[in-house]
Design a protein around this ligand. Structure first.
Ligand code: FAD
Length: 401
């Protein structure tokens, strides 16, 4: 293999390049990125970048000397627009770049479903430029409406509140984080907002945005109106796959991959938020995750499997995600989306410090912890060894003594 192209110059793309070099790939390596910035870390965008005056350069994922050691052709600010799997070429601007191996790491972008003539003061958050725009808007806003109480919406709400704004969260479900954590744990996490004085409007949706050109007010489907100088929409993300149209790859809310992250054509792999692939730990159904840890793990595996297809291994890892809101930390591992029972094994929801365990049949399927980092690590280890529900109960007894 002489030439590898990696498309998407963020976490998964950069880590893929680093792993290719670590695995002794000495050929030509090209990294193509739509953004003009060097690869940077996204989790701080909804946390320290909004709560402090952090310099965006601090988010860069690689130092200049380490970057030059990778010996990359780095094409930034230039999206790939087409993939021809017949001629094995990626189109970037006017150029067609040949590849022997390709890693697709084009991630996802924030969804923004609003149809409104109000043009100013409505933001979504995915990029460092989005974060800078929201930070600047927060400086002059007194009333902020957050649409969607997922992790990103919740973190932005916390940041806005910490900056002294009046904050309203509008969430269609009956609790924050309900899709990922279920009602009980989602409600417990939602109490962080209530304790901070955020107005949590649950089971409601924004129907109309008033203002012009700057947002002034939003109307909800119960007819109520909420003043807003700033609206931040946090209703999920869509994978960046448009450039793969007519490529012959299977696209279905992401690039559909097998368990080795191969995208269905030899020499083409996907990694990170754009990949829809099975996770052996969870079973055989392909799924797309939007987690930092999965993106780094995917990148390492895609690089290895691309270079050694005969020794390919499957992706399998306990899913893990964290979220920082106010002074509090939520950590989630395993599968917390489907369960027969949720039990608070340590602490209590009232104290806003607990470990909740999720049971599927007789097995421990997942764990969610609020402000309980040390115990969480023990339960995460148990998930890694496919612990049973009884093991989780034993562990909680052990930790109480
Ligand atoms: C605000 C925010 C907070 C987050 N917080 C957490 C957290 O606390 N914990 C956690 O586990 N995860 C968190 N995440 C998720 C985590 O950051 C992502 O899982 C991770 O960034 C995925 O990396 P990626 O490289 O796959 O995709 P991305 O980071 O989306 O990068 C994809 C890159 O590809 C580029 N691209 C797109 N199309 C093209 C094209 N056609 N050609 C070239 N380049 C292209 C994009 O511009 C982008 O730079 C957060 C995400 C966001 C947005």
């Amino acid at each position: 293999m002489n030439q590898i192209v990696v498309v998407g110059a963020s976490l998964a793309g950069l880590r893929a390049c680093q792993n290719l070099r670590r695995e002794n790939f000495e050929g030509k390596l090209t990294l193509v990125g739509a953004e003009k910035h060097l690869p940077y870390d996204r989790p701080p965008l909804s946390k320290s970048m909004l709560t402090t005056d952090q310099d965006p350069n601090e988010l860069t994922l690689i130092s200049e000397p380490d970057l030059s050691k990778l010996d990359l052709e780095l094409l930034l600010g230039t999206p790939a627009t087409h993939l021809d799997t017949g001629t094995q070429e990626v189109t970037v601007g006017d150029e067609k770049i040949h590849y022997d191996g390709l890693i697709i790491a084009t991630g996802a972008r924030a969804r923004n479903l609003f149809k409104t003539d109000v043009t100013d003061g409505i933001h979504a958050l995915r990029t460092v430029d989005d974060a800078l725009a929201i930070r600047s808007a927060l400086e002059s806003s007194s009333s902020v409406v957050i649409v969607g109480a997922g992790f990103i919406g919740s973190e932005v709400a916390a940041a806005a509140r910490l900056r002294g704004c009046e904050v309203t969260i509008v969430e269609a479900n009956d609790a924050p984080l309900v899709r990922g954590l279920g009602h009980q744990v989602g409600s417990a996490c939602g109490s962080l907002h209530e304790a901070a004085g955020v107005d949590l409007r649950l089971g409601l949706e924004v129907t109309t945005v008033y203002g012009g050109p700057t947002v002034e007010e939003v109307e909800l489907n119960d007819g109520s109106r909420v003043p807003a100088d700033l609206v931040v929409v946090g209703i999920g993300a869509s994978p960046n796959t448009e450039w793969l149209k007519d490529s012959g790859l299977t696209i279905n809310d992401g690039v559909v991959c097998d368990k080795t992250l191969n995208a269905g054509i030899p020499g083409i792999y996907a990694a990170g938020d754009v990949a829809r692939a099975p996770n052996q730990w969870l079973g055989t159904t392909p799924l797309r995750t939007e987690h930092w840890t999965a993106a780094t793990e995917h990148a390492a595996l895609a690089a290895k499997n691309l270079l050694q297809p005969a020794n390919s291994t499957a992706y399998g890892s306990v899913p893990f995600v964290w979220s920082d809101q106010y002074e509090d930390r939520i950590q989630v591992a395993g599968d917390t989306t489907k369960f027969d029972e949720v039990s608070i094994l340590m602490g209590s929801t009232d104290e806003r410090a607990f470990v909740a365990a999720y049971r599927q049949g007789q097995r421990l399927a997942g764990v969610a912890a609020l402000n309980n980092m040390r115990p969480f690590v023990q339960y995460r280890r148990l998930l890694m060894t496919h612990g049973q529900w009884s093991d989780a109960l034993d562990l909680s007894e052990e930790m109480k003594h």
